[in-house]
Design a protein around this ligand. Structure first.
Ligand code: IMP
Ligand code: MG
Length: 182
């Protein structure tokens, strides 16, 4: 599929352009996996916590590139609905029952935009006394300064609304193997 193409189930909006191809993403995810594996040791009890729903594809690809033992769980936070800007009202819908205390937690985000989601999610996680807490995000828009920012960033994202590879607009486009802009 190419930018501009539409069909059944693709929603009413068309993509303006492809921003990162499936190959671009594959290469970068491989690099990130190597860097992350190099930062932890095999004894580090890494717990990868993916932020649903947007990170589901990224997490699935990333963990297969991290060559040290780890566990995977997910958090569910929601803020946007069918809008292009964050509402600021971020709700934590699911908190993992996995024990976080003493674990090296790696929070995996699809994209950091306003930072509201991280601001909402990080304090309760820190309250559960992980040994460490780091953030890996596929995309970062660099719109805000965060007290706790991502240690690993896949791409410095343009100021556009991005979809695909897990990212949605009103639930459309998540399944695209590449990232495009609306
Ligand atoms: P923040 O809370 O504004 O930092 O945004 C975090 C969440 O908003 C992400 O996990 C996404 O689900 C969503 N989001 C932010 N920017 C975009 C975008 O460009 N495309 C799709 N979703 C986005
Ligand atoms: Mg979303």
């Amino acid at each position: 599929m190419t930018a501009g193409e539409s069909g059944p189930g693709w929603g009413r909006r068309r993509l303006r352009r492809v921003v990162y191809t499936a190959d671009d993403i594959r290469r970068r995810v491989t690099e990130l996996g190597r860097e992350i594996a190099g930062a932890y040791g095999p004894e580090d009890c890494v717990l990868v916590l993916g932020m649903l729903k947007g990170s589901f594809i990224f997490v699935a690809d990333l963990v297969r590139e991290i060559s040290i033992p780890l566990h995977v769980d997910f958090l569910v936070a929601a803020s946007y609905g069918k809008r292009l800007a964050s509402s600021g009202d971020v709700r934590l819908l699911y908190n993992p029952r996995t024990s976080v205390a003493g674990r090296n937690v790696l929070l995996v985000e699809d994209i950091i935009d306003s930072g509201n989601t991280l601001r909402r999610v990080i304090p309760p996680l820190l309250g559960r006394n992980p040994a460490s807490l780091e953030i890996c995000t596929l995309l970062h828009k660099r719109r805000v300064r965060l007290g706790k920012d991502a240690r690993w960033v896949g791409f410095e994202a343009p100021e556009e609304f991005l979809v695909g590879y897990g990212l949605d607009f009103g639930e459309d486009f998540r399944h695209l193997p590449y990232i495009g802009s609306l």
